[in-house]
Design a protein around this ligand. Structure first.
Ligand code: GDP
Length: 490
């Protein structure tokens, strides 16, 4: 299978110049960085360069095959509307589980699902022939973690706010995470059945967090709900369907399926059961499938609500799949291939690669140093002609946060926009590192330290955490950085 010289050099960890140089010496001319090598050529080249490329060559096979599937464009005629994929976020006990239970007609809160401890639930529901898919992740950390792994499944976030409590710290975090994911947000103002609810207070809080309700002239729909009394459920679904229509979510049902594994389990002698969500194409019984380090042939599929057998699953459909050789990981992407040998080879290569941890180094996350480079070569997210510097700020007290933010707004630069994804009091958490990793952000810790787990995740993901104790030092560094004059940190 062909791979480009670029991928070859990346996989082998040698410069393109060196690869081309070696090819010249071997008498192969007229090639450039995008020229394709077949497996044999790659092996010959590797032998010539004395690289232990066996595994690497297979990795490029994987890359070319999977990349082709990921990048294949669907023609406009092939696209049809698909159901929106909706995720509930919010403070604990505000009613996420209860809302979903009501919508699907079971009661997990009361334990009706028979004590199944499900991590991530996913269901498709039907509203007068129009479908909505709900994916329920346990908290915004899990939501962002999926994003950090490249598994963007959510189209719309429903922010659940209990009317008696209002916006709580976790609500504020959930807002940051949903905003960073750049998905539309719909607010479910839940527990509206309770006595003495002060709606104005909550609408004000929402506005303060940048979610101005549409009834106040903003863009955020606020739906009053009661999960226990079943109030506002139709309106919530209608609102979600309207947002979906506006955003024209679409997919091509006539192609090989691809999507994401939400969770999986080894179920005794029944084998591995994996809960997948199809993002594009149609998955069918009998398909050859590869997902993370696992592969197999789809032996059986069931719907996630009633566990009834189904023969195929189209875009936005969550489905339980039997037939993997081992349990794929949550957040792993899946692809349907035409050949079981290729699927096995890819799965084996990945197993090999992950056991050597050679994959983790492959993503370059943003750091203070790379920001400057990427500022120059234009590979940062560009918004209205400005490159964007995403930041997460943690501080010891609220006063410092406010002071830092005020100073940062003074750093006006024609080409750089500073966007604060999250600012909060307290130490740097795992969720912050996930968020930084999913959104190419840098973390500034002011008079606080990251906890041990956050630190090690940051190392693993290449997320930079800078620590400060003087405000002007922080803002000076940011200014120097956006002006491109910052010295790398020791
Ligand atoms: P989660 O942690 O966000 O998933 O919240 P749960 O769905 O587990 O709900 C927490 C508690 O609030 C449970 O005891 C629910 O019965 C209760 N609850 C959820 N929604 C409502 C509501 O609309 N009204 C009232 N009064 N209680 C609710």
């Amino acid at each position: 299978l062909p791979c480009s010289i670029r991928s070859f050099s990346e996989a082998a960890g040698v410069s393109v110049g060196k690869v081309l140089g070696t090819m010249m010496q071997m008498g192969i001319g007229g090639v450039n960085i995008n020229s394709q090598l077949d497996l044999e050529a790659a092996e010959t080249l590797a032998a010539e360069m004395e690289l232990s490329i066996e595994l690497k060559a297979a990795e490029t096979l994987e890359n070319s095959l999977i990349n082709e599937l990921e990048e294949r464009e669907d023609s406009a005629e092939s696209l049809i509307a698909r159901a929106p994929v909706v995720t509930f976020l919010g403070h604990v006990d505000h009613g996420k589980t209860s809302l979903l239970d009501y919508l699907i007609g079971i009661n997990v809160v009361k334990g009706e699902a028979g004590g199944i401890t499900q991590h991530i639930r996913a269901y498709e529901i039907d509203k007068d022939g129009r479908k909505v898919t709900f994916v329920d992740t346990p908290g915004h950390e899990a939501f962002t973690e999926m994003r950090a792994r490249g598994a963007n499944v959510t189209d719309i976030a429903v922010l659940v706010v209990a009317a008696d409590d209002g916006v709580m710290p976790q609500t504020a975090e959930a807002i940051s995470h949903a905003k960073a994911a750049e998905v539309p947000i719909v607010v479910a103002l839940n527990k509206i059945d309770l006595e003495g609810v002060d709606e104005n207070r909550i609408l004000t809080q929402l506005t303060e967090h940048g979610l101005t309700p549409s009834e106040w002239g903003g863009e955020v729909e606020v739906v009053r709900t009661s999960a226990t009394k079943g109030i506002g459920m139709d309106e919530l679904l209608e609102t979600l369907l309207t947002v979906a229509e506006l955003n024209e979510y679409s997919a091509n049902p006539d192609r090989e399926a691809l999507g994401v594994c939400l969770e999986s389990a080894q179920e005794g002698d029944r084998g591995v059961s994996a809960k997948l969500i199809v993002q594009n194409g149609t998955l069918r019984v009998g398909d050859v499938i590869v997902c993370g380090n696992s592969y197999g042939r789809v032996r059986a599929m069931t719907d996630t609500l009633n566990n009834k057998p189904i023969a195929e699953a189209g875009p936005s459909t969550p489905v339980n799949v039997m037939g993997f050789d081992e349990a794929p990981g949550a957040g792993d992407r899946f692809h349907v291939l035409d050949d079981i040998t290729k699927a096995r080879e890819i799965a084996e290569t990945r197993t090999h690669a992950s056991s050597q941890e050679s994959l983790s180094g492959s993503t370059t996350k943003i750091s203070f140093d790379t920001f400057q480079e990427r500022l120059q070569d234009g590979t940062l997210g560009v918004q209205a002609d400005k490159v964007r510097l995403n930041m997460i700020i943690r501080a010891d007290v609220k006063g410092s946060l406010e002071a830092i933010e005020k100073e940062l707004t003074k750093l006006d630069h024609p080409e750089v926009e500073i966007r604060i994804l999250q600012k909060s009091v307290g130490g740097v958490s795992l969720a912050d590192v996930s968020l930084a990793s999913a959104s190419d952000a840098v973390i500034c810790a002011f008079n606080v330290v990251p906890d041990e787990r956050a630190r090690s995740l940051a190392d693993e993901r290449g997320v930079e955490i800078r620590r400060y104790s003087i405000i002007y030092k922080l803002t000076d560094e940011i200014r120097l950085m956006i002006e491109g004059r910052l010295k790398p940190e020791e």
